[in-house]
Design a protein around this ligand. Structure first.
Ligand code: GLU
Length: 498
């Protein structure tokens, strides 16, 4: 099997396109086939090198490698349509020589008029054929005189069905009568999408075209071109669009839509890729979260459903939580560092700082959907402020009524060692309980306020030892962590000072 993913580098890689790439990858890897990456950059105005680079990065980040194409090594290609102009022009010349294509000199205004009248008369807006029967000599003379011309493909006159069996959608057919002679080369010899895609898929010997359903109406034109060249068309599989929760095409107003946006929010690549595979396909009941290699073994394009994939952020978050729990602490720390740098708490962490972060981040990651939420969970470490906590009227009220707990805590900590383990924290809490006679929430909630500066957060059994390890840490590249003893002393002092 030879498959291809053919992005147009005109912006960010949309998750719908990433899913198309993934389906191609799954089929190529599962079948021992070849995956080709082809850059469809004939739209010179909208295509950019930057978007091309982003697409490469996003595909690699998702774990989708390709065998032929830019950066793949090997000496095939070129795989950028902008570098294949001579190939398209030679094929257009071939069609013209056999009368299957012709020069057209109609101006944009003429064509606009024609479309307008057709629409008013309730007819399909197709090319009327004015230049269809110009003699070849006349056409050549006009081109040589510098008159701007496009090249059109001649669609046969008699109406007929153009039918094909789509692997996802079943039997599909179009009436050739609605397809007017269409442009294959624009002025300047730039190929149109429908032309370039057929030449490339044929010359690259693509066996299966998996692409978005938005291209299904292009397929009859492409089939006519295959026929004109006497080439066997590939199998087509048009996968449904990815829709937002309101069932309109997933777009900006639904939130993040591009692979890089999800990366920047701290989704793990394996979670996003796994989730995208589940949009319209299932590897088996209760076995949805599996490594890509395993998904590839099970993937069959025939099993992809034709109903649209509705993007479910909750399900993506579920997949991400699963993979966050499975990720090693070092990796989580590395991934979370940019977010912590943004918060201003981390610069260039040394080895000791990294080890500390690995513990802290993996503890925080147990209760987040994506890693950009980690700073909020770790604020208690790096950005503690008793005075800021006490500015909150609810905190102040609670602290005042729990003054006995707070005084006892400050005293116990002033006279004891650091609470580096959950046991030492529990022992300290037990002493406070003995002195005050309070327990449960009445004991632990004020302790939480004092030691973390926050009304809620991760378990104190985990956060207090983290604070204490932070306070003891000899490291660089991290904002210093204030210890529990110092926090309690400061909090109690401010409360008394009132
Ligand atoms: N460049 C086209 C797109 O990005 C590819 C269409 C195709 O796969 O044929 O939509």
């Amino acid at each position: 099997m030879r498959l291809r993913f053919a992005p147009s580098p005109t912006g960010q890689l949309h998750v719908g396109n990433a899913r198309t790439a993934l389906f191609n990858w799954l089929l190529a890897r599962g079948s021992g086939g070849t995956l080709i990456l082809r850059i469809e950059d004939t739209d010179v105005v909208r295509s950019t090198k930057e978007a091309e680079g982003t697409a490469f990065d996003d595909l690699r980040w998702l774990g989708l490698s390709w065998d032929e194409g830019p950066d793949a090594g090997g000496d095939h290609g070129p795989y950028r349509q902008s570098e294949r102009g001579h190939i398209y022009r030679a094929h257009a010349v071939e069609l013209m020589a056999s009368g299957k294509a012709y020069y057209c000199f109609c101006s944009e205004e003429d064509l606009e008029q024609e479309r307008y009248h057709a629409l008013r008369a309730g007819l399909p807006p197709k090319y009327g054929g004015r230049c269809r029967n110009l003699s070849r000599d006349e056409a050549r003379r006009r081109v040589e005189n510098g008159e701007p011309a496009v090249v059109r493909f001649r669609v046969t006159d008699e109406e007929r069905e153009i039918a094909f069996t789509d692997v996802v959608r079943g039997d599909v057919s179009f009436n050739s009568g609605v397809i007017g002679d269409f442009v294959i080369l624009r002025t300047g010899g730039i190929p149109t999408y429908n032309f370039a895609v057929v030449i490339d898929d044929a010359l690259m010997e693509i066996s299966d075209v998996i692409r978005g359903e938005d291209h299904i109406s292009n397929t009859p034109r492409q089939l006519l071109l295959y026929e004109a060249f006497g080439w066997k068309p590939p199998r087509f599989a048009h996968v449904s669009m990815v829709l937002g929760p309101d069932h309109s095409k997933l777009s900006k107003r639904h939130g993040a839509t591009s692979v890089s946006e999800f990366r920047e929010k701290g989704y793990l690549p394996e979670a996003l890729a796994n989730y995208l595979a589940l949009l319209g396909w299932s590897p088996g009941e209760n076995e949805e979260l599996l490594p890509l290699e395993e998904l590839a073994k099970r993937f069959r394009i025939e099993d992809v459903g034709k109903s649209p994939g509705v993007f479910d952020p909750e399900k993506l978050a579920w997949a991400n939580r699963h993979y966050l729990k499975a990720a090693p602490p070092d990796r989580l720390a590395t991934l979370a560092i940019p977010f912590l740098q943004q918060a201003g708490w981390v610069t260039e962490p040394d080895a000791a700082a990294l080890e500390f972060l690995a513990h802290a981040v993996s503890a925080a990651a147990a209760s987040v959907d994506h890693l950009d939420q980690v700073p909020a969970r770790l604020r208690f470490l790096f950005d503690y402020s008793a005075s800021r906590a006490l500015e909150d009227p609810a905190v102040r009220a609670e602290a005042e009524s729990a003054a006995a707990v707070i005084e006892a805590l400050a005293d116990v900590l002033a006279n004891g060692g650091r609470l580096l383990e959950r046991e030492s924290f529990r022992a300290a809490a037990a002493q406070v309980r003995q002195r005050t006679g309070l327990k449960g929430k009445e004991l632990f909630h004020p302790i939480r306020l004092v030691l973390t500066g926050e009304a809620e957060g991760m378990e104190l059994d985990i956060s207090v030892p983290a604070i204490e390890r932070g306070a003891e840490l000899q490291a660089s590249g991290l904002r210093p962590v204030m210890g529990a003893r110092e926090r309690a002393a400061e909090f109690a002092r401010l409360l008394r000072a009132r």
